[in-house]
Design a protein around this ligand. Sequence first.
Ligand code: NAD
Length: 275
Amino acid sequence: MAEQPRLRLNDGNDFLQFGLGVWQVPNAEAAGVVTTAIEAGYRAIDTAAGYNNEEGVGAAIAAAAVPRRELTITTKLRNEDQGYDQTLRAFDASMKRLRLEQLDLYLIHWPLPQRGAYLDTWRAFIKLRDEGRIRSIGVSNFTPAHLTRLIEETGITPVVNQIELHPRFQQKKQRAFHASKGIATQCWSPLGQGTILTDPTIGELAKKYGKTPAQVIIRWHLDNGLIVIPKSVTPARIRENIAVFDFELAAEDIDGIDALDDASGRIGPDPDHFG
Ligand code: NAD
């Protein structure tokens, strides 16, 4: 398999542009799914305390045939655990479930602006990073306003913001804001939870490249410099989704997918109101 692309984060660490998402994978199935993915060549896994499957993910990491240092593990702080002391405790609990000494990337899962705790939460993230317990710290579902406040109040810019992003909801303004701050954009629900796979434009491109719709969409993310974490529990699809490093989309085909953007294409919650 061709080498997987990496991005340089604003803290100097490199990060894999492709990984497996495990939202909605039951804990009892997570070890099997992650093991299948690692055997297929996946080296980055995206979980969260709120997915209730960190134990399963941890079991697969512990049993993996590849050394720990070759794997990039992301987890996220559960919304209920925001706040300085709560975050420190929740992080320890996640690490125990994952059976890890050091985490590669920790994210604040949602900003919960009404709660007003994300600054204190971020200060705990900074402490954990400074202690070497986490390599990189980032956020998820933060708007430019939340990011601006975080950066101005603490002086530390998140390395990534993980947001809903797929061909029907491309977040172009938010991506431009990230670029202006040196924040990498990580995309959740990159396949639109499966809903974009039947789009005719994507179907045409799949035929043209001799690839599947999922592979074309994942390639579009990679060719746009985005980090992409598609989810599947089906072994054949897990293998299909990683077979994307042997082709690139032509500029006019990237433009064709860019034109599918739809301001009302959001599937998940609006971060300003969620929680
Ligand atoms: P996704 O866009 O990755 O779609 C996954 C679904 O698409 C699968 O359940 C399956 O039905 C289908 N699928 C996958 N591969 C396929 C293939 N090759 N052929 C046909 N169908 C296929 O959706 P997602 O799980 O919502 O997002 C991916 C990851 O993003 C999650 O697992 C999670 O790690 C992360 N995420 C984060 C947040 C957040 O708030 N930070 C929110 C949602 C998801």
